[in-house]
Ligand binder design. Structure first.
Ligand code: NAG
Length: 382
């Protein structure tokens, strides 16, 4: 019993002096160490604890546009006219083109014929009183009336006159001047785990610089003021073409920070890309548009509205990033995992020695000692 207790078990080690196995052994060891140091520590910074960014974004667009159309005459557009709605979360919409239908009142007028001419008629019998079709513009009265000299359509009760479908979308877009609008993007970020705050108006930026700077990736990468044309062309698009039918552009702000380095090295990187589909092959329903109206009353108390089908570009600001800072726990975890990999070396080398070497049987004899049943053993000893 005491013999059992006062014992220490230690594995016997078989050293194989072979150039072949020795080389394989060192090679695999070197690979694993290179992986742990090069990839895990240097490249992936496995000694750091990481946290992902939380952020807030506010934007302010500036610029004036001038239009001269037969409907409206000479008209100046300022921020309150073309930014819809005035405030959005991490995003802003700039109106660039529109179809305006002024002086609409609740009255009767002929339905527009429609692309597949579904509203054309030859007599009152073709129209159904009270029909409300989702694709129509109003409630049918049951009369068939002249739409123009050649075409007759069903009459509807609606906001009349109706928006014309065959308005030719003039090129350039109505607010072509929008390409020179600027936007100030203010972005505050925080890495809560490390109690680290920063904003994209960097500490060295002065009030004076901010009044005249314009972002440019090569010459002025710290300026948080962008021209819309620059954003759109950085997303590989042409502003005037995109402004015709509208679209969605993503402004990506990446904050990748190594907080073991000075805080001034942690700066935002901007990139831009188009988010909606502009594939010319399958371009059904392209662009981005919506309708809105401005309501007023005439002197004799009739409610009148101006309908606007607005086309424009929505800019979505997306903030992402990861920060890392030295921490003992992830470091030990990563080094531990790396060292555990060294166990693979023994498995591989044993396999080579016992399978491929010429003297594999001799090695096997040396490696494994066989002990027979103790009963038999004591018998032979006697
Ligand atoms: C935008 O500004 C540039 C330079 O000031 C000018 O050449 C260009 O005509 C402007 N674009 C529009 C559409 O007015």
């Amino acid at each position: 019993m005491t013999q059992c207790f006062f014992e220490y078990a230690t594995p016997k080690i078989l050293v194989i002096r072979s150039k072949k196995v020795g080389t394989v052994n060192r090679l695999i060891q070197a690979l694993i160490i290179a992986y742990v140091i090069g990839y895990v520590c240097v490249l992936k910074r496995g000694y750091q604890d990481t946290d992902s960014v939380i952020s807030s974004v506010t934007t302010k667009v500036k610029g004036i546009a001038l239009t001269d159309t037969p409907d409206l005459g000479l008209r100046v557009w300022d921020v309150a006219d073309y930014i819809i709605p005035p405030q959005e979360e991490s995003s802003f919409f700039v109106l660039t083109n529109m179809i305006i239908t002024p002086n609409q009142t609740q009255s009767h007028c002929p339905e527009v014929p429609g692309l597949n001419c579904s509203w054309t008629c030859t007599s009152d019998a073709d129209c159904t009183p009270g029909l409300k079709d989702v694709r129509g513009n109003g409630v049918q009265t049951g009369n068939c009336v002249n739409y123009n000299a050649t075409v007759k359509t069903c009459e509807v009760l609606a906001w009349c006159p109706l928006e014309s479908e065959e308005v030719n979308m003039t090129k350039p877009p109505m607010l072509a001047d929008a390409e020179n609008f600027t936007v100030l993007i203010k972005n505050n970020i925080r890495y809560p785990k490390f109690n680290f705050n920063k904003r994209n108006i960097l500490p060295h930026i002065t009030r004076d610089y901010l009044t005249h700077c314009i972002y440019n990736a090569t010459t002025d990468p710290d300026c948080p003021i962008f021209t819309l044309k620059y954003i759109v062309s950085a997303a590989q698009e042409d502003f005037q073409t995109m402004a015709m039918l509208g679209g969605v552009i993503g402004i990506q702000i990446r904050w990748d920070c190594d907080l073991d380095m000075p805080a001034s090295w942690c700066i935002p990187r901007y990139s831009f890309r188009r988010l909606d589909n502009k594939d010319p092959e399958n371009n059904v329903a392209p662009g981005y548009n919506f309708r809105f109206a401005k309501y007023y009353k005439t002197a004799n108390d009739v409610e009148v509205r101006t309908l606007i089908k607005g086309f424009g570009i929505r800019f979505d600001v997306m903030v992402f990033g990861e920060a890392g800072k030295f921490s003992i726990v992830p470091m030990l975890l990563n080094i531990g995992a790396g060292l555990a990999l060294l166990g693979v070396v023994t498995v591989v080398c044993d396999w080579i020695v016992l399978t491929f070497m010429k003297k594999k049987h001799q090695y096997a004899e040396e490696k494994y000692s066989y002990v027979d049943d103790f009963g038999l053993l004591s018998e032979t000893a006697e």
